[in-house]
Design a protein around this ligand. Structure first.
Ligand code: SAH
Length: 216
């Protein structure tokens, strides 16, 4: 039986998120609504509701559900928000964000991943997500400004070009640290006085890389 049809799997999934401290009801509902089994590789479908990261194509990973929920909660989304995600991967995080915000633009440097994510999101009716192929860190992408920015690949430092994408009172959440080590999830908020930065949690993400991926 596919994981989604096993009520106990999904109940455990919700329980784990709550036990680990996710308390925002809208975030919990979004996590419940988005079928993670659609975003993992077919061999991993029976593991889709475990609280672990899993491999996806192009040597990348779909994040651990707790980390997806936690980063989403830390963005403090409002229904009118415009959100930028850098690192589409499977499209799972973008699907969760789209349940809570007005528009999501998500950028991926692998065309293969972007195309697959686009198809999945269309099938699920996530029509508020715009998947773009590109280097999400590049200042040249004509994307405009966002109320919220989430980076789901590890940065060594937060580039100024990314902070410039934030609208007034904007919030950015990103893993910051060494590319293949333990990083810190950092939240940056624009305030009247400047920037307020808070380190939240140790995490491990695949590195953010510059430029489009060369695919064979
Ligand atoms: N959020 C994803 C998981 C992200 S894995 C999900 O829900 O499945 C990190 C992704 O970031 C990888 O797919 C990687 O190719 C992408 N990435 C890394 N550097 C990037 C960059 N500069 N611009 C866009 N995408 C990038």
């Amino acid at each position: 039986m596919p994981a989604a049809d096993q009520p106990s799997e999904k109940m455990k999934f919700q329980l784990t998120l709550r036990q680990r401290g996710i308390s925002d009801q809208a975030v919990l509902r979004a996590m419940e609504d988005v079928p993670r089994e659609v975003f993992v590789m077919s061999d991993d479908r029976d593991r889709a509701y475990r609280d672990t990261a899993l491999p996806i194509d192009c040597g990348q990973t779909i994040s651990q559900p707790f980390v997806v929920a936690y980063m989403t909660e830390q963005l403090q989304l409002k229904p009118q928000h415009r959100v930028l995600e850098i690192g589409t991967g499977s499209g799972y995080q973008a699907a969760v964000l789209s349940r809570l915000a007005r528009d999501v633009v998500t950028v991926e440097r692998f065309r293969t991943l972007a195309d697959a994510a686009k198809q999945r999101l269309a099938k699920l009716g996530c029509d508020r997500v715009d998947v773009q192929v590109g280097d999400g860190l590049s200042a040249d992408l004509p994307l405009g400004q966002f109320d919220r920015v989430m980076v789901t690949a590890a940065l060594e430092t937060i580039p100024a070009a990314l902070i410039d994408r934030l609208a007034r009172d904007g919030v950015l959440v990103a893993p910051v640290g060494p590319p293949h080590g333990i990083q810190t999830l950092r939240r940056l908020r624009l305030t009247a006085a400047g920037q307020e930065v808070k380190d939240l949690l140790d995490v491990r993400f695949v590195p953010a890389l510059a430029g489009l991926a060369r695919e064979t």
